[in-house]
Every structure is written in structure tokens, then in C-alpha cells.
Design a protein around this ligand. Sequence first.
Ligand SMILES: C[S@@+](CC[C@H](N)C(=O)[O-])C[C@H]1O[C@@H](n2cnc3c(N)ncnc32)[C@H](O)[C@@H]1O
Length: 241
Amino acid sequence: MTEQNTGTLYGLGVGPGDPKLVTLRALEVLKSVDLVFAASSPKNDYSLAFNIIKEHLSPTMQVRTLDFPMTKDAEVKQRAWRANARAVLAQLEAGRDVAFLTIGDPLTYSTYGYLVQTLLEMAPQTKIETVPGITAYNAAAARLNLPLVEDRQSLSVISGVNDPAEISRLARRGDTVVILKTYKNYDSILDALGPLDNGRRAYTVCSCGLEDELTAADPESLRGSKMPYLSLMIIKSKPGD
Ligand SMILES: C[S@@+](CC[C@H](N)C(=O)[O-])C[C@H]1O[C@@H](n2cnc3c(N)ncnc32)[C@H](O)[C@@H]1O
């Protein structure tokens, strides 16, 4: 098969939840592809991504899930990534264009990152277009009307799945710190942050853009609550500091 006859993989970010935040390019791609893939995950990223765009999918569109196991066993993970890459390659080699759905942006804490790297290792000529999406933290900052960074400030984006000592260290770097995946260790993240000094303010945003959206300008008020998977925090220094 010549390269011209092979299909293209589109990595589609569908935004953080509000269907109005799906980009025009993502909609255009969804109308043109033959097949849609998404990661099946215990946290249900797939159904979230699917719910965001389902009104735009033709009823006959084939949708397939790929398993990305949540394990620390590197060998198990890599075996799954290779199997997933082979499943996508088979479609591309048959001349089909396919999309891989992700919530938010596809290159920010997404299984798409593993897929794209494995595919390019296995078949470097693969035709790939990554369509960026609005990240959860951009949508959350917009909801709060909160400038993320200004002037010479810097921004860190960290994972709340780190251990508390690491969060405490990382959260002190940079002027604004975004913590994604705060659902699991919310109370220990609050402990790790400790009292916020020098005029720093913290905000928690859950399910941004969805029906059960919740924003808190006092993250401590949610201590002890069961946090949804879609929760994040923004810690911000004083404006212009
Ligand atoms: C695997 S990461 C996916 C990040 C996504 N690719 C992005 O660009 O925003 C999942 C985490 O993103 C955050 N997240 C995604 N959508 C969200 C939303 N609508 N509201 C709040 N947090 C969200 C949460 O911290 C969640 O645990």
C-alpha cells in the first residue's frame, strides 16, 4: 500500500465538558472520519468525551474503545500500548481515517500521548494531525475570570496523584500552580499546601462546564467531601507579583 492510500489519525481534544467548547476543526474532523476510537478507562474519560460530542456523530459512526491499563507494571502498559497502536494502524493501512477522542487537550495528561508515541515508533510515516482542545484548567480559569499568569509570572501544571511531599515542593515553584487530578488525595493535597502565605489564593473547580459544576474560592470548605474525578485546583499569587 502506498502512503497516499493510508488513512490519517486525528487526535481530537473535545474540551473539558461544555459541548460549545469543542473546536470547529474537531467538528469538521468528526464529520469526515470513518471510525472513532477512545480510551476505555475506569474513570470513564471515554464516556465523558463521547457525551461531549455525541450530538455531532452520525448514528452509523463506528466507535471502538482501546484499553489503557492503570497499572505501575511498565511491561503490561507497553504491551497494551503496542496492541492499541496495532489496532489503529490496521485501520489506517486499510485506508480509513480515524479519530481518537480525549477530554480537554489531547497532549495534556492524555492516553493519546502514549498512542501517538508508540505509533510513531512502530510506523514513523504515520499521518497524524493532533487537534488541540481547551484544557480543563483554561476553562476553570475562565469560569473564575482569573488571569492565570501576568507579566513575568510563571505557571506550573502538576498532578495531584503525586505524593504529598512532592506536591508541597512543586506547589511552591512558580507564581501560579494548577493541580489536576485532585479527586483522589484532596485532603492530603490541602495538608501539603498548608496555609497560603504572601497573599496567595486557592480555588477548586469541579465538573467545569457540566451540570454539576462547583467552584470554591475556599478549597478548605470541601475538606472531607468525596471529590468527583473532574476536579482541579488553581493556586495563584497576588496579581502582578
Ligand atoms: C487525565 S486528566 C485529563 C486532562 C485533559 N486532557 C485536559 O487537557 O484538561 C483528568 C483530569 O483533568 C481535570 N479535568 C478534566 N475535565 C475537567 C472539568 N470539566 N472540570 C474540572 N476538572 C477537569 C481533572 O483534574 C481530572 O482529574
